[in-house]
Structures are given as C-alpha cells and as structure tokens.
Write a protein that binds this ligand. Structure first.
Ligand code: PLP
Length: 419
C-alpha cells in the first residue's frame, strides 16, 4: 500500500495542472467569468455583454424557423434516436459538401467532410492529431485562445506570428517564414477574423497558401464566420487554393445560423491532389473520431444547410452591418480608444487603449474590471486574445443595447480621463 501511494505522488499532477489551469483561465470563457464576478450586483441597470460572441439571446439575432422546424421534425420522427456514425450521418455530410462546394472550383466529396461537436471539436481533432514530440504550430496574434489552450493540453509548442493593424490585420508572412523550422507542422488562419473583424482579399489568401506550400506545412483555415462579411471584400474560402497546398477547413453552423448551442461543426479536407490521404493524416483523423464523441444525431439535419433561404442571411447581415457601423462611430467619439480599421466581417473589432489619456487605469484588464464594476458593461481585455492594452468589442447585440453600452464606456472614460 505504502509503495503505491508513493508512486502516485511521483506523477506530480499539481505542476502539470497549474500549467493547464493557466491555459484554460486565459481563454475567453476564463476572462468572461472574471468580468461576471466583478459586476456590481446593486446596479439596477441591465448588464451589457460586449465581451463574447453569442448573439442568440437577442431577438434580432434569432435563427431561422427553417432550422428550428427541421430539428423539431427530426426529433418527432423517431429516426434520429440512434448513435451517429463517427464521421456524421451521410445526408448531413452530403449537405455540408454541397454547401461548401458552392464557393469552390472543384466539388468536395461527402468523404471530405467529418461532422464535429461545433468548430471547437474540429480544432481539438486537428491539434491532437498534429501533436508529437518537438512539434510546433504557428498561430495568429491576436487570435482565438482556444487554440493555445488545446495546444497546451496536447504539449504542442505554439509560435505566434503577428497580424498587422496597419494593413487590415494581414498576416506578416516574412515573420511566418522566420518562425517556421523543420518541426513546424501547421499554420492557422482565421478568416473572417475573430478578434479583428477583418476580411482577407483573394490575393492575400493566395500568398498565405503559397507560403504554406513553400514551408511544407499544413494550412488550417478557421472559417467559422464564413459569409459573415459586410464591407468591401467578399468572403473567399481558403479551399479555393487547395491545388496549391492541401487545406483543412474548420467551420460550424454556430455563427452564420446563430445557434452556437446546437454544437454542429465540421472538419473538411480540401485536397484535390490527395496529399493528406497519402501522408496518413486522414487515417489519424478517422482514428481520433472513433474514440471521441459525435454531435447529437437529431442535430445533423441536412435541411438546416439545404433549405435556409438567402433572405435570412441577408437580413442578419444587414443587422450586423448596422451594429458594426454603430460600434465604429460611437468608438470614434471616445478619445482614449483608437480603432485602426473598421470591422468588415465576423462580430468583433479590436481597438487600442491610449492609457496615457487615463488617470488611474493600469492596463486593459484593470480597465475592463473597473468598467464592469462601475458601468455594468463587459468588454474583453485584449490580453485575452494576445494583445495587451487592447480591447475586443463584440457588436453582435441588440442595436439599442450596443448604443447604451458604448455611451456608458464613454462616460467611464470621461470620468477616468486625465484632468
Ligand atoms: C466561435 C469560434 C469557434 C468555435 O465555434 P463553435 O462552433 O462554437 O465550436 C472557433 N473559432 C473561432 C475563431 C470562433 O470565433
């Protein structure tokens, strides 16, 4: 007995857990929890969440009845009560292949599609499959911290390349080349962008694909905000460049259909030259899917993707454009917050704090904690997405709440301004 407990002590879970606890505390959820804890319970005003991207609670961002009816019908049919195959039920894989193929030069096969528990599980799959001793992955800064946390749990080294605010948050490709070495397995590009609200041009995406080819690394395209664009650049899926280099596209219905709680996503191989299959990555992905959980069967209804009308998307885009405009113009009225580029996609914008204009604010976290306490407005500190002393603002909320929230931010900044 004594020997056994001794060997367990040797494992030193505490040290490993500290690192992992740190990785998960610094996710967006970790910071949102911190802000919630700092709200003033005696403030009679409603709290305004500009900190996380789940607009589903707001009436103007309700999903389409086409999707609601399809799921209700699936549940009542009693045909969706069984286990799902590990890569998803065939009609849903066909529907995703058709949905994505509309924007691609070569049609995807349903065999290229693996259905996942939201886009997050698609991230989990690829990072787990890529992790091996000494391997590293290139991630954008600012970025989506779920990647960093997942990489930490898989012992995958992260190297950050910068997105440049001066060039509409384009990838610094020279830096990417300088960071990569023989142990680099992949690069991640998020377009339309979270947290920056940028939309990349065809030319920039092509250069990214050519760089990945030159370096011989996998290109992972996080397109969870596909088609959520309302500026001058159209949405171009990275899969368009699949013949330059194999692309792994990650997505879900969470953002475009405004149902993040439904947990339906996908992992897609855009690989017309069959390189991923040849390299054995496809077998690894299938192996991982065999030992992980699947999205609920009744949520895998083909009609969500197949039957949703263009009107629905256009109406939601109109609302997003309106809220993005409100956000941009209100922020321009606040001297200590600088917005380098107007958001053209997704649901977010990154803005910079000018701390030299503020009196008693130490940094971005201090700003956000005091703002939550004094004004019941929650904004994500930039450090949560990798940029200290910046802020990430979500504009996908009811327009009137957004206006009120930003008025409160303005009042807060006025009160804390250097006299
Ligand atoms: C929301 C989000 C995800 C996760 O999507 P789910 O479908 O909710 O799991 C992944 N990547 C980015 C960039 C996101 O903003």
């Amino acid at each position: 007995m004594a020997n056994e407990s001794k060997s367990i002590k040797k494992w030193n879970f505490k040290k490993a857990n500290e690192e992992l606890a740190q990785a998960s505390a610094t996710t967006i959820r970790g910071y949102v929890t911190m802000l919630l804890e700092n709200l003033d319970k005696d403030d009679v005003r409603a709290a305004i969440p500009l900190s996380h991207g789940d607009p589903s609670a707001f009436p103007c961002f309700r999903t389409t009845s086409v999707a609601e009816d399809a799921v209700a019908k699936a549940v009542r049919s009693a045909k969706f009560n069984g286990y799902s195959p590990s890569d998803g039920i065939p009609p849903a894989r066909i529907a995703v292949a058709e949905y994505l193929s509309k924007d691609l030069p070569e049609k995807l096969s349903p065999d290229d599609i693996y259905l996942t528990v939201g886009c997050n599980q698609a991230i989990e799959i690829i990072l787990t499959v890529l992790a091996r001793p000494n391997a590293n992955i290139l991630l954008p800064r600012p970025g989506f911290p779920y990647y960093e946390a997942r990489a930490a749990f898989s012992n995958l080294e992260v190297r950050h390349f910068n997105l440049c605010p001066e060039t509409g948050w384009e990838v610094d490709l020279d830096e990417v080349e300088a960071l990569a070495d023989e142990n680099t397995v992949a690069i991640v590009v998020i377009n339309p962008g979270n947290p920056c609200g940028n939309v990349y041009t065809y030319d920039h995406l092509k250069k990214v694909a050519e760089t990945a080819r030159k370096l011989g690394i996998l290109l992972i395209a996080d397109e969870v905000y596909d088609h959520l664009v309302f500026g001058s650049n159209p949405f171009v899926p990275m899969g368009v460049f699949g013949s330059i280099t194999p692309i792994i596209t990650l997505g879900s219905i969470s953002k475009r259909w405004l149902v993040p709680g439904w947990r339906l996503g996908w992992f897609v191989t855009n690989d017309p030259n069959g390189i991923l299959r040849e390299q054995g990555i496809v077998d690894c992905i299938k192996g991982f899917l065999n030992i992980s959980s699947d999205p609920a069967t009744f949520i895998q209804v083909a009609q969500i993707l197949g039957d949703t009308k263009e009107d629905f998307f256009l109406e939601k885009l109109k609302t997003l454009k309106l809220t993005a405009d409100i956000c941009y113009s209100k922020i321009k009225e606040i001297p200590c917050i600088i917005c380098p580029s107007k958001p053209e996609g997704s649901m977010f914008v990154m803005v910079k704090l000018n701390l030299s204009l503020l009196d008693d604010i130490k940094d971005d976290v201090d700003f956000c904690v005091k703002l939550a306490k004094e004004e019941s407005v929650m904004i994500l500190p930039g450090i949560g997405v990798g940029l200290k002393n910046w802020l990430r603002v979500t504009f996908a909320i009811e327009p009137s709440s957004l206006e009120e929230g930003l008025e409160r931010v303005k009042a807060f900044c006025g009160r804390h301004a250097k006299k």
